[in-house]
Design a binder for this molecule. Structure first.
Ligand code: PMP
Length: 448
């Protein structure tokens, strides 16, 4: 089969840490919008979108135009942190896209190209500004794989083999379906607020005043878990009252994904720093920290990196930011997200393996459970990661790329491009429903 030899060589030559390559043994040769074509000629609807990177899908004409124009102009492609017209224009587009109250007087640090680089930079920035070391971070959080970012990430399995990193105080994220307090809903959310506040104020609570709190407004890798707006406002109040800078990680939620240009707009909070990557580069690598200028206590060279000047990414990113804003794609994502949640929730009656459907905008999670298992205090059933793997395979067999995430990797995560058509969305729902039904169907006289 075409592509087989490439897959075989990848298996023997690349690291054992391969991830998506294991879940999707395909060799993409062409892609356009939401469609990816494999070397074997098969076509797939891509609900992974480069882990939420491709706001406009693959090879959008606006992105390709921006890249071609920049190439044809003869602009240098690599420039450390020197000034360029492309960077100037990207910075303008970025600041224009941010809430005015935050953008006014904000500073931008261009970082190494990945989200994790920007997380490291943000943590370091706040440590420098406050002279403190520790960080407050949440259960279920994902901030990246480098040392500092991994320290604030929640995933125990990836942290366990490594020496413990940094002074991190773990706080309970308001994940209603598997509430850390066994309460769920508003009582669980309220308890998280009270616990956070009391822990920070307890002179014997063991928490030395931290350099920052870092959070995601909607946890992505954590399983598409949106934080309630009221809870986010409470975290903003609690940190502001105690002089703790608040960093919001919008690496995955940014650029219209959640139904607003930036996820903080739903709650109206103004953070002290925002970490941005993925979609801001219009499918090319780019990462920045934007922060209030009062925290700009860095000396020249205090934070550096060779790859801070990716001209093509800046051109593609500026074009993407402007296209999303000009075409109301955030609002569209909000509407389509509500439709997706309603349609997928309606499947629960026939498919009791669907424990919960949740999310915000086009960042949707379908949590798969074992209906024969025992309910917890909140009425949640045990996660079914083995079923989730079978559903992912059944999706792929039906031409649908869907990745897993969340607790126990039992959450199907839907991250279609913001440009997904109504017809494509219908196909996603139909294929997903079919795949879940097929994977959940008892085989061989009932053994699953
Ligand atoms: N923060 C969040 C919220 C993310 O979702 C991710 C990536 N999934 C990262 C940080 C890390 O980004 P990268 O993989 O580019 O390092």
């Amino acid at each position: 089969m075409p592509g087989e030899a490439i897959l075989r060589r990848q298996r023997v030559r690349e690291s054992a840490a391969r991830t998506y390559a294991r879940s999707f043994p395909i060799v993409p040769v062409r892609a356009h919008g939401m469609t990816v074509e494999g070397a074997d000629g098969r076509r797939y609807l891509d609900c992974l979108s480069g882990a939420g990177t491709l706001a406009l899908g693959h090879n959008h004409p606006v992105v390709l135009d921006a890249i071609r124009r920049t190439l044809d102009s003869g602009a240098p492609l690599h420039l450390l942190d020197l000034a360029t017209a492309e960077k100037d224009d990207f910075t303008t587009a970025l600041l224009e896209s941010l809430p005015a109250e935050f953008a006014a007087g904000a500073r931008v640090q261009f970082c190494g190209p990945a989200g994790t680089d920007a997380v490291e930079a943000a943590l370091k920035l706040m440590q420098t500004a406050t002279g403190r070391r520790g960080t407050l971070a949440f259960t279920g959080a994902y901030h990246g794989m480098t040392a500092g970012a991994l320290a604030v990430t929640g995933n125990v399995a990836v942290k366990e083999p490594l020496p413990s990193g940094g002074e991190v105080t773990r706080l309970p994220y308001p994940y209603s379906y598997r509430c850390p307090f066994g309460l769920g809903g508003e009582p669980g959310e309220r308890m998280s607020e009270v616990y956070t506040q009391r822990l920070l104020d307890d002179p014997s609570g063991g928490v030395v005043r931290p350099a920052a709190m870092i959070l995601e407004a909607v946890q992505g890798e954590g399983g598409a878990v949106p934080a309630p707006d009221g809870w986010l406002r409470a975290m903003r109040r609690i940190t502001a009252e105690r002089g703790i800078p608040l960093i919001v990680d919008e690496v995955q939620t940014g650029v219209g994904r959640t139904g607003a240009m930036w996820a903080i707009e739903h709650s109206g909070i103004v953070p002290d720093a925002m970490v941005l990557s993925k979609a801001i580069g219009g499918s090319l690598p780019l990462a920045v920290v934007v922060y209030r200028e009062e925290y700009d206590g860095w000396r020249p060279g205090a934070h550096a990196g060779t790859f801070r000047g990716n001209t093509l990414a800046m051109a593609a990113g500026a074009a993407t930011l402007r296209y999303v804003a000009a075409n109301g794609l955030a609002e569209r994502a909000g509407r389509l997200g509500e439709l997706l949640i309603a349609e997928l929730s309606a499947l629960r009656a026939a498919l009791p393996v669907i424990g919960e459907v949740r999310g915000r905008g086009l960042m949707i999670g379908v949590e798969l459970v074992d209906p024969a298992g025992e309910m917890d205090a909140c009425g949640a059933l045990p996660a079914d990661p083995r079923l989730a793997v079978r559903v992912r395979e059944a999706c792929l067999a039906r031409g649908l790329i869907v990745e897993l995430g969340g607790r126990h990797d039992a959450v199907l995560r839907l991250l279609p491009p913001l440009t997904v058509t109504d017809e494509q969305l219908r196909a996603v729902i139909d294929r997903l429903a079919e795949a879940i039904a097929a994977a959940a169907a008892p085989k061989d006289g009932g053994a699953r």
